[in-house]
Structure formats: structure tokens, C-alpha cells
Design a protein around this ligand. Structure first.
Ligand SMILES: NC(=O)c1ccc[n+]([C@@H]2O[C@H](COP(=O)([O-])OP(=O)(O)OC[C@H]3O[C@@H](n4cnc5c(N)ncnc54)[C@H](OP(=O)(O)O)[C@@H]3O)[C@@H](O)[C@H]2O)c1
Length: 280
């Protein structure tokens, strides 16, 4: 095995779920650039290997790709087993993997909704629960949860379950943040607006006015905001001025006004068509 392909961890370690593409891969690049070795978790082996090769070539870091479906019953035990076998302790956990679903809820696919809630909420919560005790006992560690700018809204029509799942991620992060005060462990929510990734098509969110009207943030800008906020131990971070304003609107009292504006923005945009199949 060449040095480049060595699986030996020599530097601080970050585990990134969904690190094989989009925002997760951009975060992996940020951490690698700042001297971290990486554990990447996603389902598709080929994409994982491609991402790992790219990161090793560009940053001379160690990358361990783990192919796991985080919605599966045994995924967490399998992941802990893999880390244990390799004697890896995490310095940073990034809960990034997420699914979306856009369209009228009554016509949504129940299996997809279940998988989305398992990934966006259950897996993120369970991973945090599993890694926090060790971080607290070591007196150091950082967790980054990838939410969304829509997390600042208490509800969103046409993507009610997705928005609620991201609202959970933000609320969970804020709650834990106070609980972790004085432990040496920080927790941060990254709340990006629209960014061009596979998620936009796979979730159908590209058909919303939010995605049509808010400018796209580059993946490198999303990732560098996330990295800096994590290292600074901030509670949340939203890249881009318009996204920040949008986030601010979501929390303005009275919340009914923000909800009405968001309901308007959550409608389908006539300028965008989507080929996504909707089950009845
Ligand atoms: N793109 C945006 O506009 C945007 C805006 C705000 C927030 N976000 C959030 O950003 C996060 C990343 O999304 P993205 O835009 O980068 O999408 P993406 O390019 O589709 O990436 C999703 C990643 O998650 C992995 N993944 C999906 N299901 C998984 C599962 N069951 N188990 C393990 N890994 C799984 C995917 O790999 P496999 O398919 O191989 O498993 C992939 O690596 C999500 O939480 C999303 O909600 C995105």
C-alpha cells in the first residue's frame, strides 16, 4: 500500500456523514485543508472511493471511506465497530447527510418520508448521543449539524416534513449548546440557503420559490462558513447576506407574519418544472 493510500490516522480526525458529495464533500475539503484526517460515511461505494481519492491526492491526508446506510437498524453499531477496530477517536463529528422532500404532503411517498426522518433526525441524534460522552470525558470535541436556512421557520407548506426536520436540528443544537457549557465540547448548526448539489433535484426543492429566488451559495463558501463556525464554537451560522436576512425573518415576532411570507415563498415557482415522480 502506498503512503497516499495508507489508512493510518496521524492527525486529528473528523467524521463526516454524507461526505461523498455536495456540502459534505466541500466540508471534507475544508477539514483536510486544515490538517484533519477524514472518515467519510455514505451509501454509494464508488462515489465514496472517488471522493477519498480526490481528497488524498489534493491534501495528502488519510481518508477512511465507510459505506453505510445510516437509516438501517444496525448502521450505528457497524460504524462504532469500524472505528473501534481502527482505534479511532473523533475530534469532530459532522452530521451532514440529509434527504429532502418537496411537494404536497398528502401525495408524498411514505417510504421516502420515513427514510428522510430517520436520516435527518434519528441518525443525527443517535450519532450525537454515541460520540458525546467520550468527547465530554476527554474535555474536548466539536459537533457540526447541517440544518438549513429553512430551519429558522417553525413550519413550511409544501415541504412541511423537511422543514420540521431541519427545525428539529436547529432546536436540538441550541438546546444541547447550553447543556454543554463548560464541558470543552461545542455544537454548531450550519444553516445554508440554496446550494447547487444533487439534493436540489433528488428532493424536488428546486421547484420552490425559495430555491428560485434566493441566490445559490457556492459550496466552498458554505463549507468555509461551517468550518469557521465550528472552530469558533458558534451556535449557528448562515452563509450569505440574503440568507441571513431570510433566517432573521423566520424568527421575527410576531411569527404569524414570517409564517405567511414563508408559505408564499414555499409555493411552486412557475419558472421551474420538476420531473420528479410523486406517488399518491
Ligand atoms: N443543497 C442545498 O441547497 C441545501 C441547503 C440547505 C441544507 N442542505 C442540507 O445539506 C446536507 C447535505 O446535502 P447536499 O445538498 O450536499 O446533498 P447531496 O449532494 O445529495 O449529498 C447527500 C450526501 O448524503 C449521503 N446520504 C444520503 N442518504 C444517506 C444514508 N441513508 N446514509 C448515509 N449517507 C447518506 C449521500 O451519499 P449516498 O447517496 O451515496 O448515500 C451524499 O453523500 C443535507 O442535510 C441537506 O438537507 C442542503
Amino acid at each position: 500500500m502506498s503512503d497516499k493510500q495508507s489508512n493510518e490516522i496521524k492527525r486529528p480526525v473528523v467524521l463526516i456523514t454524507g461526505g461523498s458529495s455536495g456540502i459534505g464533500l466541500a466540508l471534507a475539503e475544508q477539514f483536510a485543508q486544515h490538517g484533519y484526517d477524514l472518515v467519510l460515511v455514505a451509501r454509494n461505494c464508488r462515489k465514496l472511493e472517488q471522493a477519498a481519492d480526490l481528497l488524498r491526492d489534493n491534501f495528502q491526508c488519510t481518508v477512511i471511506p465507510l459505506s453505510l446506510d445510516l437509516t438501517a437498524e444496525d448502521a450505528l453499531d457497524d460504524l462504532i465497530g469500524e472505528l473501534h477496530t481502527r482505534d479511532i477517536e473523533l475530534d469532530v463529528l459532522v452530521n451532514n447527510a440529509g434527504l429532502g422532500d418537496y411537494g404536497p404532503f398528502h401525495r408524498s411517498d411514505q417510504d421516502r418520508i420515513t427514510a428522510m426522518l430517520r436520516l435527518n433526525i434519528i441518525a443525527l441524534t443517535a450519532l450525537t448521543r454515541r460520540f458525546l460522552p467520550v468527547m465530554i470525558s476527554r474535555g474536548k470535541g466539536r459537533i457540526l449539524n447541517v440544518a438549513s436556512v429553512v430551519a429558522f421557520f417553525a413550519g413550511g407548506s409544501n415541504w412541511a416534513s423537511y422543514v420540521a426536520s431541519k427545525h428539529y436540528v436547529l432546536a436540538f443544537t441550541r438546546g444541547l449548546r447550553s447543556e454543554l457549557a463548560g464541558t470543552g465540547v461545542s455544537i454548531t448548526a450550519l444553516c445554508p440557503g440554496p446550494a447547487s448539489t444533487e439534493f436540489v433535484d433528488s428532493s424536488g426543492v428546486g421547484a420552490s420559490r425559495v430555491y428560485h429566488w434566493l441566490p445559490k451559495t457556492s459550496l466552498s463558501a458554505v463549507a468555509s462558513t461551517g468550518y469557521r463556525a465550528t472552530m469558533a464554537g458558534r451556535t449557528s451560522a448562515t452563509p450569505g447576506l440574503l440568507n441571513k436576512l431570510f433566517a432573521f425573518l423566520g424568527e421575527l415576532p410576531p411569527r404569524g407574519i414570517a409564517q405567511a411570507v414563508f408559505a408564499f415563498l414555499s409555493r411552486g415557482s412557475k419558472a421551474v418544472t420538476t420531473n420528479r415522480k410523486v406517488t399518491r
